[in-house]
Design a protein around this ligand. Structure first.
Ligand code: NAD
Length: 256
């Protein structure tokens, strides 16, 4: 059980981050939700998790594109036994057309944020004598596709950061691993469908079947609950010697 542990999950007011927050809370952890917004609905999500799981859930606003705010998130949480670096955005365009500000934002949110949060969380984990870093990479942290240069560069980068974090903590009761999801039907994926339809001149159904799930041999989207279950496993005693590696939850994508 994760009772007494505090988990901070970046970018967790929707999709995979929220799914992971729910599963960690069900396993007994107190959770800190985060996004760049500060809406009533954000705080309501935290209240719903507290009410339904009996753990403490809070929402802390912080923009993961800003290093100082990444660091402030962990400081404000006050304790961080489990750090889930999940915040991420996507943009689809060929390299010559790729907007420079999108490149910079993707590298900041999908990669640099994890450096900043880890920098503040590791001393807290050392102080507590236990810690888990779970980075949400992607099948695109291990393989590439066209038109997603920034995302793929950031996701390969986060796999590298995960390995380094694991080596720097190898002799301590702290582990660092990356989960590599295939396609999960969340808002980030939903938003890519129109651009991909344009890029390939295809219908929505064709994009889902022939572009998104072509490389997912199971032909099924993975679920946010499965991501939460995998993160919970990485926080268990059974996973204490699993460090510096990736776990693919991709319906066979990376086996192809
Ligand atoms: P999503 O769009 O539902 O979630 C992204 C989250 O990040 C949201 O909560 C959003 O508010 C937050 N976020 C975005 N910009 C932020 C910022 N500047 N500061 C703080 N929070 C910010 O998408 P998702 O599919 O749940 O994605 C979560 C993670 O999983 C991402 O890192 C994504 O790359 C990764 N991933 C998703 C899939 C998939 O198929 N959905 C596959 C592989 C990896």
């Amino acid at each position: 059980s994760l009772t007494g542990k505090t988990a901070v999950i970046t970018g967790s007011n929707s999709g995979i981050g929220l799914g992971i927050a729910w599963e960690l809370a069900k396993a007994g952890a107190d959770v800190v939700l985060n996004s760049f917004t500060d809406a009533d609905e954000d705080h309501a999500l935290a209240k719903e998790i507290s009410d339904k799981t009996g753990t403490t859930a809070r929402y802390i606003q912080a923009d993961m594109s800003r290093g100082d705010q990444c660091r402030r998130l962990i400081e404000e949480a006050g304790r961080c036994d489990i750090l889930v670096n999940n915040a991420g955005i996507q943009h689809v365009a060929g390299i010559p057309e790729f907007p420079v500000e999108k490149w910079d934002a993707i590298i900041a949110i999908n990669l640099s944020s994890a450096f900043h949060t880890t920098a503040v969380a590791l001393p807290m984990m050392r102080e507590a004598g236990w810690g888990r870093v779970v980075n949400i990479a992607s099948a695109h942290g291990l393989t590439a596709s066209p038109y997603k240069s920034a995302y793929i560069a950031a996701k390969h980068g986060i796999v590298g950061l995960t390995k380094t974090t694991a080596l720097e903590t190898a002799k301590e009761p702290i582990t660092a691993n990356a989960i590599c999801p295939g396609y999960v039907l969340t808002p980030i994926v939903e938003k890519q469908i129109p651009d991909t339809m344009k890029e390939y001149d295809m219908s929505r159904e064709e994009v889902i079947e022939n572009v998104m799930l072509t490389r997912q041999p199971s032909k099924e989207f993975a679920t946010v609950e499965q991501m939460g279950g995998t993160a919970t496993f990485l926080c268990s005693d059974a996973a204490a010697q699993i460090t510096g590696t990736t776990i693919s939850v991709d319906g066979g994508w990376t086996a192809l």
